[in-house]
Each structure stands twice: as structure tokens, then as C-alpha cells.
Design a protein around this ligand. Structure first.
Ligand code: KG4
Ligand code: ZN
Length: 404
């Protein structure tokens, strides 16, 4: 702990998309509470997140969610050492609700305010739990894949360590070494699920259905993505994958596979069965169906298509992540974000990491999707470093993490 006193209790607040969340975390490692009010069922009727509805729901939820997080942690506002809030990236109006509330609260209780990048939060969800499981920090640098409905990014993450004390509480720094040039992986899952007549969000359904199909039935391919010019000067310790002009990059593209699935549906006369499934699910009237009921609405061809889509997407995420880890000499891999909940992804990443002798860590399912414990955890090293936000802290919808 730094010399800021207190017991390291940070209240985290997250409202960047469709979850209103609050959590109390002690010294970046122990979550005393983690409350999430999800708006999924509200947005499901529209097949995606509606920004205006999201802001309104955040307004409605923020006070009770924070109150519950404090009550479950068994602490009062006076016990807090800081208030941390997501400043971006995300939906402007949604971010604003959390930021306005956090500012007012921090000011009211006379405690510092800390702004956290949502993507950094996802990375710290894993680090927080990995520290608990492994009883020590993973070796640095780490290659972090943040893969969700809004993001597919690769970061090389490291932390300044105090050589004298070997303290691991220094500031973290990030280098963005890959990102999607179009859709995020979770977005591709959701769009493909939608065009197959499945509910929103589609990722969990696709995950559960994929095990029932043949992943080799439809061969989907990912082409090489053109290197970005500004990446030419990027320096890599291991020269196997130079990013100089013409060489491979660690970027992603998921719009092609979505189009390929659409084409497959059309050329294989699957439209009618898709519509029948959509109608059958709609007739269930808002009630969440069980997996057996949904699987019963899918023929073998559909299950094979879902399994093949997932096999290709996970394979692409895996190849790019481990190629980047090798090129940058990473000592471990962390995967986070909503898609990190995917069972095939976890299984194949673990197998590949074992094969390479690299540690890999995922968050628990509760910390894979958006939450506020990750925001409070990421705020801890900032608290120790005294990196507090000013009262000008503003919602930054396009906020980036680290340098490119
Ligand atoms: O991190 P998150 O809650 O919100 C964003 O920041 O986007 O991620 C939500 C995304 C959705 O696209 C959802 O379909 C996907 O994560 N997802 C999954 C799984 N669970 C959630 N995708 C694949 N397999 C899953 N099991
Ligand atoms: Zn997220």
C-alpha cells in the first residue's frame, strides 16, 4: 500500500454499455462485493444495445446498485479510500451517468476520484483473480487479448517494478499490438446468431450449440490483413514476425466470416428454416428458452454451420494471440471480455499455452463480462501512484489504451 493511508478500499463504478455495475475491492485484489444490473433483456427486444435506453436505465439503476455494493461489502462511504469510474471507451450518454455520479460522490465524501479505461479494467479482472489463484503475479510482459462485443484488441502489458523492493504496485503501461479493423469478435457472434434466427446476445447460444455440430463441416478462412503503415516502425524483440511493410500484423477482421455465413445460408436454401426458428423463439414471448428447446429448433446443417463458425473464429483469435506473444517475448497470456466466457476458446487457448509452456489466465465467468470489480482493481495501482482524476474528467467514447 502507498502512503495514502486507509485500507485500500476502492468503490468501482461501470456504466459504459448495457450494464450498471458497482463493486468494492480492497487493495486491487479482494472483491468485497460485485453488483451488476444487466439490461440485456431490455435491449434483446431490439437485437442490440439502444444507447438512449441504456442511459435511461443507468440513471434508474446507479443509486440502488451502488447502495447494494456498499451494503454487501459491509462498508460505509466514510470507509472508502477512493472512487473509481470508467471514463471510456463506451457510449457517451451511458458513461456520463457513471462519471457524474462518481464525481458527485467523491466530492461529497472528500475522497479522490480515479478514471479507468474500460479495456484496462478487463485486463485487471484477470490479473486480480490470477494473483489470488497463483498466489503471485504472472511474469511480465503479458500479452492480453480483450475480446468482447465492442472490442478485439491485443496489448503488450507491463508494470514498472520497484527494483529495490520488488514491489509490484507500480503503474502499468500498455502497447496496442493488434486490433480489429472492422467488427469485434463478439459482434460477429451476435450478428451471425441473429442471421441464424437466434436470440440476442448470440455468443452464449452459439457457444452452447457449437458442441452439437461438426466444426470441420464448413471450412471458413481468414485472409492476411494488410499491415497498417504506422506499424512499420514497431520494434519486436523476436524477429520471427516482422511488422515491417508486407509482413504479418496481429490485427483481426471479422466482417468477412459474417458475410461468408450469410452466403452459406443463402446458397444452401436455409432461409426458411431460419425464419421458422425466429418465429418459434419469438412465440416464446420474452421467456428465456432452455438450450434443449433452442437446439431442438436447429437442424444438423445449422449446428454444423455454428460449430464451423466458432472453430474458425476461435482459431483466428488463438493464432494471432500466440503469434504476437511469441513475437514480443511475452511471459504469459491473459484473455478477457465477454467472449472470454466461450468454452471452446478457453479449452483451445489452454491447450496451446500448455504446448508452449506459457501460463494463460482467464477471468471467472462473472468477471468476463462487464463489471465494476475490474474497474476498482485497475484503479489500485493508480491510487498507489497518486494518479487521480481532476474534476474535468469527461466521458471519452473513443478512449484508447496505451500507444500503438
Ligand atoms: O464484455 P461484454 O459483456 O460487453 C462488451 O464490452 O462488449 O461482452 C459481450 C459480448 C457479446 O457480444 C456476447 O455475445 C459475447 O460477449 N459473449 C460470448 C459468450 N458470452 C458472451 N461470445 C461467445 N461465447 C460466449 N460464451
Ligand atoms: Zn467490456
Amino acid at each position: 500500500m502507498g502512503d495514502n493511508g486507509g485500507t485500500g478500499l476502492i468503490l468501482g463504478i461501470e456504466s459504459s454499455c448495457d450494464e450498471t455495475a458497482a463493486a468494492v475491492v480492497q487493495a486491487g485484489s479482494a472483491a468485497l462485493s460485485n453488483v451488476v444490473a444487466s439490461q440485456i433483456s431490455l435491449h434483446a427486444n431490439y437485437g442490440g444495445v439502444v444507447p438512449e435506453l441504456a442511459s435511461r436505465e443507468h440513471l434508474r439503476n446507479i443509486v440502488p446498485v451502488v447502495r447494494e455494493a456498499m451494503a454487501r461489502a459491509g462498508v460505509g462511504f466514510g470507509d472508502l479510500d477512493a472512487v473509481a469510474v470508467t471514463e471510456g471507451p463506451g457510449l457517451a450518454g451511458a458513461l456520463l451517468v457513471g462519471i457524474t455520479y462518481a464525481k458527485a460522490l467523491a466530492w461529497g465524501i472528500g475522497k479522490p476520484l480515479i478514471g479507468v479505461n474500460h479495456l484496462e479494467g478487463h485486463i485487471h479482472a484477470v490479473l486480480m483473480e490470477a494473483r489470488q489463484d497463483l498466489k503471485e503475479a504472472m511474469e511480465l510482459p503479458l500479452l492480453a487479448l480483450v475480446v468482447s462485443g465492442g472490442h478485439t484488441h491485443l496489448y503488450l502489458a507491463t508494470q514498472k517494478r520497484d527494483l529495490a523492493t520488488q514491489s509490484d504496485e507500480g503503474a502499468w503501461s500498455y502497447r496496442n499490438v493488434g486490433r480489429t479493423v472492422d467488427d469485434a469478435a463478439g459482434e460477429a457472434y451476435d450478428k451471425v446468431a441473429k442471421l441464424l434466427g437466434l436470440g440476442y446476445p448470440g455468443g452464449p447460444w452459439m457457444d452452447a450449440l457449437a458442441v452439437r455440430g461438426n466444426p470441420r463441416a464448413v471450412p471458413f478462412h481468414f485472409g492476411q490483413i494488410k499491415p497498417r503503415p504506422h506499424r512499420e516502425g514497431i520494434s519486436m524483440p523476436n524477429k520471427k514476425a516482422p511488422a515491417s511493410s508486407g509482413g504479418p500484423t496481429f490485427d483481426f477482421s471479422f466482417s468477412g466470416i459474417k458475410t461468408a455465413v450469410l452466403r452459406y445460408v443463402e446458397t444452401h436454401a436455409m432461409r426458411e428454416s431460419v425464419e421458422a426458428r425466429r418465429r418459434a423463439l419469438a412465440a416464446m414471448g420474452g421467456e428465456k428458452p432452455g438450450i434443449e428447446a433452442v437446439a431442438g429448433l436447429c437442424d444438423a446443417q445449422t449446428l454444423d454451420l455454428i460449430a464451423s463458425f466458432q472453430y474458425a473464429v476461435v482459431g483466428n483469435l488463438l493464432r494471432q494471440t500466440f503469434a504476437a506473444a511469441e513475437a514480443f517475448g511475452a511471459r504469459g497470456v491473459v484473455v478477457s471480455g465477454g467472449v472470454a466466457a466461450n468454452s471452446e476458446l478457453r479449452r483451445r487457448f489452454q491447450a496451446e499455452a500448455d504446448r508452449r509452456g506459457l501460463p494463460v489466465a482467464f477471468p471467472s465467468l462473472a468477471l468476463s463480462t462487464d463489471n465494476a470489480a475490474m474497474i476498482a482493481a485497475a484503479a489500485w495501482p493508480k491510487f498507489v501512484a497518486g494518479a487521480f482524476a481532476s474534476e474535468d474528467l469527461a466521458a471519452t467514447p473513443q478512449l484508447r489504451l496505451g500507444q500503438a
